[in-house]
Write a protein that binds this ligand. Structure first.
Ligand SMILES: *Cc1c(COP(=O)(O)O)cnc(C)c1O
Length: 369
């Protein structure tokens, strides 16, 4: 079987530049909160079209620190409700819980896989203070409708952009600049991946940026002076230096992913498989995952495996069915539940061999339940 994702292959395209970056940091003798991070923050803010990018330890911390920053500013208080999609990776909910807030899980739209604005509207209560829109699988959520709802009810609109680096909407506004603040992950498998854990948040909100810069560094902006009970969550110099190299590939890789998605969309034709819907604006999807649906998902996955084609499920258990969130076990979220039993991700990444794409298409077309 060929690999579902070839991280070594992806990173070895830049072996010389990454090695040079490593040597530069090694020889500098400065490994945390230095010039590489400052440079990456400037470059990533420019790439997203925002005033502030702040490097942190990982994507979960990016989301948590946004929420903690807003608590510091008095925009959120303990127990406030935050609406998010039930079919996201669990980290979206964990950030809300970790910040002392209450997650409210809502249904996705079965066609886009993204949070359904109508369900958001229905879930708003007097305690609701924020919405987290996840750009799931790399496709931008319906930020226009969510913005209208957020403004009507004076809610914060936060992006979980961990899967959507470089996605842009019809107006050319990028993921990271579409909400009040956004959390990114640079975990190695993400579209912009480091060689270890890393994350960042982006915002145009000066006050939030100031709070988060302190929070990530023990609540301090001056050594040994601690204004807040912060955490230790910094994007280190080595990962920042690697990310500066990899950032140069972000746009090209997004296009490569779109081209590969197009090949699956035109090549796969099987009445038992439901292909992902393509957004009108091509740039608004960066295909972190190519996710199709099948009512006979287990049989399909076994058939693909038999044909030497790897596949994965993102995600097999919705948040409301996780043991960590037992309090939501009784909630009825039939669309999210159905998607969890039907979704299957095909291999898609820059540099995937032509014959593997062909092999995947053939295997998909040959499937019969
Ligand atoms: C990966 C991911 C996260 C968490 O990022 P980490 O860097 O792994 O902590 C959060 N939300 C979504 C949607 C993700 O895919």
């Amino acid at each position: 079987m060929f690999p579902f994702l070839d991280l070594a292959g992806i990173n070895l395209r830049d072996e010389a530049a990454l090695t040079e970056a490593f040597q530069r940091v090694l020889r500098s003798g400065w490994y945390v909160l230095g010039s590489e991070l400052a440079a990456f923050e400037t470059e990533y803010a420019a790439a997203c079209g925002v005033r502030h990018a702040i490097g942190v330890g990982n994507g979960l911390d990016a989301l948590t620190l946004i929420l903690r920053g807003y608590r510091q500013l008095g925009r959120l208080t303990e127990g406030d409700e935050v609406i998010l999609p039930d079919n996201s990776f669990v980290a979206t909910a964990l950030a809300v819980s970790e910040a002392g807030l209450t997650p409210v899980l809502v249904e996705p739209d079965a066609d886009t896989f993204n949070i359904n604005p109508t369900s958001v509207q229905a879930a708003i209560s007097p305690r609701t203070r924020a919405i987290i829109a996840v750009h799931l699988y790399g496709r931008l959520a319906d930020m226009q409708r969510l913005r209208v709802i957020a403004d009507q009810h004076r809610l914060l609109l936060i992006e979980d952009a961990a899967q959507a680096h470089g996605a842009v909407d019809a107006q050319g506004v990028a993921a990271g600049a579409l909400g009040d603040a956004a959390g990114f992950s640079f975990f190695p498998v993400k579209n912009l991946g480091a060689l270890g854990d890393a994350g960042a948040l982006t915002t145009n909100d000066e006050a939030l940026a100031e709070q988060v810069r302190k929070l990530r560094n023990y609540g301090s902006s001056r050594k040994y002076v601690h204004e807040l009970q912060g955490v230790n969550s910094r994007l280190d110099e080595l990962q920042a230096a690697f990310l500066r190299v990899k950032l140069l590939r972000m746009a090209g890789d997004a296009q490569a992913r779109r081209d590969l998605a197009e090949r699956y969309l035109t090549g796969v034709s099987n009445p038992y498989l439901y292909l992902p819907q393509v957004p009108q604006v091509a740039g608004s999807h960066v295909w972190h995952q190519f996710v199709l649906r099948c009512e006979h998902r287990e049989a399909l996955q076994a058939h693909l495996e038999h044909s030497g084609v790897p596949s994965l499920i993102h995600y097999p258990i919705p948040i409301h069915r996780q043991a960590a969130y037992q309090e939501f076990a009784g909630q009825d979220l039939p669309i999210s539940q159905r998607l969890a039993s039907e979704v299957l991700s095909l291999p898609l990444y820059p540099g995937i061999a032509d014959e593997w794409v062909e092999q995947t298409i053939k295997a998909c077309n040959a499937f019969r339940p």
